[in-house]
Write a protein that binds this ligand. Structure first.
Ligand code: PLP
Length: 426
């Protein structure tokens, strides 16, 4: 098949007729498929069902430090779960603060503290005329929602296959004191599945920010979420690299077991320098007497250590891989060489990112919806829901079955073709 841009007007018009007929056939099936939700399927949740059995009414409820997990106390988490999360995040337990069931709360709290009270004695962001955050795009909508919520101005930073455009990051961070933070998903990024190269991590660690209270928000949400046993990416430990570069306080790292155990009741963690931890704990001690230690104990006893986590994640990968592979196969078979879309084959994470021809994403999402396939809203992967090229679409293969993913992707590619032909005919 020739690239669409090489087709004559007549050829495009004929193609449009064929595609419309195929589209109407698919529409008539009355399907109801959802490719929008980045969450595990119900069967995949079953992988972690043993977690419910490690603690019962006969269990010894003492942590290894002697504290009774049913009672108050232990603001920053019990030692065995700190060790577990530190191993998962590739750091040491002295850097860890254990949160509640969601890392997003820790991220929100961190921005909120900076906004109301300031970081380590610096001026609270609410008292400044302007506060800016850098946002590698496409990115995670809930990150952008947090900074938008606090009225922080967001600046798009393009992504490449090695991470964010570091020339732009260095230029902005090192020269502009109103730039206070950057959102990063360094491993199997949401939505592109990109992993930051060693050079990118080192350039981050060696930033020389104009603002003393500039912080990297390093959301390592997919740190152990590999799809393949024999093709796994490891990235450098940002906390260690920042220490080496003389910037020990520059990073807040986040992770959780949301997509390891249960997204509704996992364990979250923040890893950062001792100084940042002390600063954060001054606030947390007002906010709470401690997070859910029964759940912490359950996780520590169930997973035990990094090997336990890795073994467990293989079972998740067995569920996820066929869905990703089915989706990618349909994309390749139907769209390769047509010049109307591009995508990256991820080795982990939860998403596939698709870039349509400029000006087509919204129309593709709408066409899919009309045929019973729900996608994440176009624009959601950009700050302010504004994709300047109207091109990026996030595909979430995790929730449907592989068969449903196959059907949904067939409709998706049909819509991509139809909308692209329409665009070329305009
Ligand atoms: N960070 C990223 C990059 C995500 O994609 C998600 C969920 O999709 C989260 C964080 C949510 O994590 P948690 O459930 O720990 O709040």
């Amino acid at each position: 098949m020739k690239a669409y841009s090489e087709l004559s007007r007549e050829e495009l018009m004929e193609l449009r007729e064929q595609l419309l007929a195929a589209y109407e056939e698919k529409k008539a099936l009355g399907l109801n498929l959802d490719m929008s939700r980045g969450k595990p399927s119900p069967t995949q949740l079953g992988v972690s069902v043993g977690l419910m059995d490690v603690i019962n009414s006969d269990s010894d409820m003492k942590s290894e430090c002697g504290i009774d997990c049913r009672n108050y106390g232990c603001l920053d988490g019990i030692p065995e779960v700190k060790r577990l999360m530190a191993e998962m995040m590739g750091t040491t337990e002295d850097h860890i603060f254990i949160g509640g069931n969601a890392s997003l709360t820790l991220m929100f709290d961190t921005v909120s503290r900076a906004y109301t009270h300031g970081i380590m004695g610096e001026t609270p962001w609410c008292k400044l005329d302007k506060v800016k955050f850098l946002c590698p795009v496409p990115g995670y909508d809930r990150h952008f929602a947090i900074t938008e919520h606090f009225g922080i101005e967001m600046i798009n930073i393009p992504m490449s296959e090695t991470g964010p455009d570091m020339d732009m990051v260095e230029e902005l961070v090192n020269s502009d004191p109103t730039v206070k933070g950057i959102w990063c998903v360094p491993k199997y990024s949401n939505p592109q599945g990109i992993c930051y190269s060693d050079e990118t991590v080192r350039r981050f660690a060696n930033l020389r920010p104009a603002a003393k209270d500039f912080r990297i928000f390093w959301d390592n949400a997919y740190v152990i979420h590999h799809l393949y046993e024999d093709n796994q990416v490891e990235i450098l430990d940002i906390i260690g690299e920042c220490e080496k570069a003389g910037n020990p306080d520059m990073v807040f790292e986040f992770a959780s077991t949301s997509k390891v155990s249960f997204p509704g009741s996992g364990v979250s963690a923040m890893a950062t320098s001792h100084a940042n931890l002390e600063d954060a704990k001054k606030h947390y001690t007002i906010q709470t007497i401690g997070n859910d230690k029964v759940n912490q104990l359950r996780h520590a006893r169930y997973f035990k250590n990094l090997d336990g986590l890795k073994e467990h994640m293989k079972k998740h990968a067995d569920f996820m891989r066929p869905k990703f592979e089915t989706t990618l196969k349909v994309l390749e078979e139907e769209l390769d060489g047509l010049g109307i879309g591009s995508w990256i084959k991820p080795l982990g994470g939860y998403f596939i990112s698709f870039d349509a021809m400029e000006g087509c994403a919204k129309a593709i999402v709408a066409k899919c919806k009309e045929a019973g396939v729900i996608l994440t809203g176009a624009g959601a992967t950009f700050p302010y829901h504004n994709d300047p090229k109207d091109s990026n679409i996030r595909i979430a293969p995790s929730f449907p079955t592989p068969e449903e993913m196959h059907q949904a992707t067939e409709i998706f590619v049909l819509c991509v073709k139809l909308v692209s032909v329409q665009k070329l005919l305009e």
